[in-house]
Design a protein around this ligand. Structure first.
Ligand SMILES: [Zn+2]
Length: 134
């Protein structure tokens, strides 16, 4: 994983566990320039890219926590569609993101992970030192 400031870039072949703070989720409409290989924000009605009928895409951004560090991740509508079907706990979503292939063929696999619950919430010790399931 690379970092550009607070933004993360997941590299091809990587598997990254992270916690998403779903209340921070926003989206932006962007145009992708093939020549310059970068995105430009769509400015709405007077947008010069829209006037040239440049393709648009929605990009989502969210705050994530990885190894205790607060970072930001930008992702596609496809990833959003997967994530939005998952169940959050107190606004948090624990996932593992795997990236396959690169460039415009990039695909991500999203797997939901359980939020870690302190052991005391799951088990307690009985009179004889044995584990009692609640
Ligand atoms: Zn535009």
């Amino acid at each position: 994983m690379r970092k550009i400031g607070e933004w993360i870039v997941i590299e091809k072949g990587e598997v990254i566990p992270m916690t998403l703070a779903m209340s921070t989720l926003i989206y932006q409409v962007k145009h992708f320039s093939e020549e310059r290989y970068r995105s430009y924000l769509c400015s709405g009605l007077s947008c010069s890219y829209c006037q040239r009928k440049a393709p648009k895409r929605i990009r989502f951004q969210v705050e994530v926590m990885i190894d205790g560090q607060h970072l930001r991740w930008e992702f596609s509508e496809e990833v959003f569609n997967t994530i939005s079907r998952l169940k959050t706990v107190d606004g948090l979503l624990n996932i593992t993101v795997s990236r396959y292939s690169a460039g415009r063929k990039t695909r991500y696999q999203i797997r939901q992970e359980q939020l870690s619950i302190p052991a005391v919430n799951r088990f307690t010790t009985g009179k004889y030192g044995h584990m009692v399931r609640r």
